[in-house]
Design a protein around this ligand. Sequence first.
Ligand SMILES: *Cc1c(COP(=O)(O)O)cnc(C)c1O
Length: 215
Amino acid sequence: MSIAQSLKEVLTTIPDTVTLVAVSKTKPIEAIEEAYNAGQRIFGENKIQEMARKYEVLPKDIKWHMIGHLQSNKVKYMAHFVDLIHGVDSFKTLKEINKQAAKHDRIISCLLQAKIAQEETKFGLPFSDITTILESKELAELKNVKITGLMAMASFTKDSKQVKKEFDSIASFFTANSTKYDLNTLSIGMSGDFKLAIEAGSTMIRVGSAIFGAR
Ligand SMILES: *Cc1c(COP(=O)(O)O)cnc(C)c1O
């Protein structure tokens, strides 16, 4: 199946209220152009410099989302153009994003990454640390970042009951806190589990291989 066909197939299975981020990491410019020509405008990358290279050569109405783990020293390479940063899991990183955003007179939207998976290797914050950050005076002082929601990755398992349990846990935390902290985005769901994520209440899914093929 072509990229355009796969994209269409994913889009027909998701409600209009759910935003699709097409995850183009490791894929060539031509693949992104094919999805762009089929109407897709939001793309996700997990390496800052790769995203910056693609930003340079592709149409400027693309919205670029950083979905990978962040190295603070590289934030400067995307601060002038990134639309949304999904994987923020420390206050230190938020401070760096704020500093770089200020240089470009921008307010950069960020999602805090929650730890919901059982696996040890996943990044992310416990819910209690998320609350601490959202409540903190230090956050209120960062004028060039805005936390607009939460992001998480479920355990890498075929056990859909486990995945559902993890998605339900972040969805209820999100629902309980969204009004209070003005959060509008819940970024959960990838190629293998986006249907479960949408059932749980996802508002934004990050889909790579189901659109662009295996990496
Ligand atoms: C690669 C990646 C995705 C997309 O994964 P697929 O299984 O190819 O859909 C989503 N989110 C993050 C954080 C990723 O790194």
